[in-house]
Design a binder for this molecule. Structure first.
Ligand code: SIN
Length: 433
């Protein structure tokens, strides 16, 4: 079967939906999601969204982002991120997003490597509320349709221009023809044995880029979050214990009750010192100590973590939380310009699958949802400018379902190979390694 849409968006997280909502309403947009729409990593984000507090904070926010990123960031992209943060949070709020307030102002919280409190949040379930806000908007739009359980197998190409995507749905192979395609298919955590990500985040967009010779960047920039809940023999994704708990005062201690690191240093440094401490004390985890924090504050400010831990037998108002670093985020990805355009014509990428260069070698906490907002909107606005002069190309060939399945398998093999080449000793963390 052949389907047609002016714009095809692959992925239903913050970047995919915000891109779709910023495409001019006169154009048809089709969003495909590999799983149920809410099974995206956006939904899991706890900490919040960074934003420059005001115009005066723009430069300091840039400085913090660059320092955390080890100055490997693209400065022009970081400037865009910081300067456009205020406007994008406003747009998100116009779509109905509600952040926690302190009087008339936001209840700004803090996380590692931020010089000041500049993170807006909805308790500790910010991602869930962002997802629901955008999903409600998308469902109201006549020009946008969502197709769940629809897996992108490959892009469609004509003379090296992207003209849509080949997908599998309900055991059938389809071509979706589009004038523009936006990959917002997420990260790579599903390739790791221990990750906070959904198991379905298997780097599909990266694989498709690699196989089609679309430029990628910084495949070795993989972030490990310092504090996932330690659970023995768990095969599912690891439960995140938000950095904002440390921002609000939680301390890291070893099994002998001793502190060993400044909890608010950048993530890579905190993760490394936890690994060292685990080795030194012959343990698989350290603890997050909350004993000095008010019980009611913990329950009200961190209901997601309180309930998530309770379900797993830990009462965070009474006992420390065993934590350990696990894979969390991918700073590399499909190389894009400031409008999220890839090296292939008519193909854009945004969110975790893309590499805008804003994160450098180590993402600053709570900059991921912000990058998703800022750069997906830029993609949409850029497409709006060009789409009137772009026509649909109708590719006659279609993958047979058997070949589509083979291509899916080779996508997985391709990313596992690519990452095992660049990860050094961390390649042991990959599944099938
Ligand atoms: C967290 O809440 O610690 C995660 C937020 C992020 O990944 O930036």
């Amino acid at each position: 079967m052949d389907l047609y849409s002016d714009v095809l968006v692959v992925g239903c997280g913050v970047a995919g939906m915000f891109a779709a909502l910023n495409i001019d309403r006169k154009y048809k947009v089709m969003i495909i999601s590999k799983t149920e729409a809410c099974d995206c990593n956006t939904y899991l984000a706890q900490g919040g969204i960074s934003k420059a507090k005001n115009k005066k904070d723009i430069d300091l926010f840039i400085e913090d982002t660059m320092k955390a990123g080890k100055e490997k960031n693209r400065l022009d992209a970081v400037r865009v991120l910081s300067e456009e943060s205020i406007k994008n949070i406003d747009i998100l709020m116009k779509f109905g997003m509600e952040f926690d307030k302190d009087g008339d102002d936001f209840d700004y919280t803090r996380e590692g490597a931020h010089s000041i409190n500049r993170i807006v949040h909805a308790s500790d379930v910010t991602g869930k509320i962002v997802f629901e806000t955008l999903f409600n908007q998308v469902k109201k739009r006549d020009n946008i349709t969502i197709h769940e359980d629809t897996v992108l197998v490959d892009i469609l190409k004509y003379e090296d221009i992207c003209i849509g995507g080949a997908v599998i749905k309900d055991g059938d192979a389809y071509n979706i023809h589009s004038k523009f395609t936006i990959l917002a298919s997420g990260g790579i955590g599903g390739l790791f044995t221990n990750s906070t990500n959904r198991r379905g985040s298997t780097g599909d967009g990266i694989a498709i880029a690699l196989r089609n010779k679309i430029k990628v960047a910084n495949l070795n920039y993989v972030q490990f979050h310092p504090t996932a809940l330690y659970e023995k023999d768990v095969k599912n994704r690891r439960f995140l214990i938000s950095e904002s708990l440390r921002g609000e005062g939680a301390k890291l201690i070893n099994k002998n009750n001793q502190r060993f690191v400044d909890e608010l240093l950048p993530r890579d440094i905190v993760s490394n010192s936890i690994w060292q401490e685990e080795k030194r004390t012959d343990s698989n985890f350290v603890y997050l100590d909350l004993s000095h924090m008010e019980k009611e504050f913990l329950k009200n400010r961190f209901p997601g973590i309180y309930n998530g831990c309770k379900e797993r037998g830990i009462d965070i108002t009474k006992q420390p939380i065993p934590v350990t670093p696990v894979q969390h985020y991918f700073m590399g990805g499909i190389d894009v310009d400031l409008n999220s355009k890839t090296s292939m014509d008519n193909l854009y990428a945004c969110g975790e699958v893309s590499c805008t260069g804003v994160h450098g070698a180590n993402r600053l906490a709570s900059n991921s949802l912000l990058e998703g907002l800022v750069f997906s909107r830029r993609a949409a606005l850029n497409i709006n400018k060009k789409i009137g002069n772009t026509s649909m190309v109708n590719l006659k060939e279609r993958l047979k379902i058997k070949d589509a399945q083979v291509t899916l398998d080779s996508n997985l093999k391709c990313v596992l190979e690519a990452f095992s080449k660049v990860l050094g000793e961390k390649k042991n963390e990959l599944i099938n390694s």
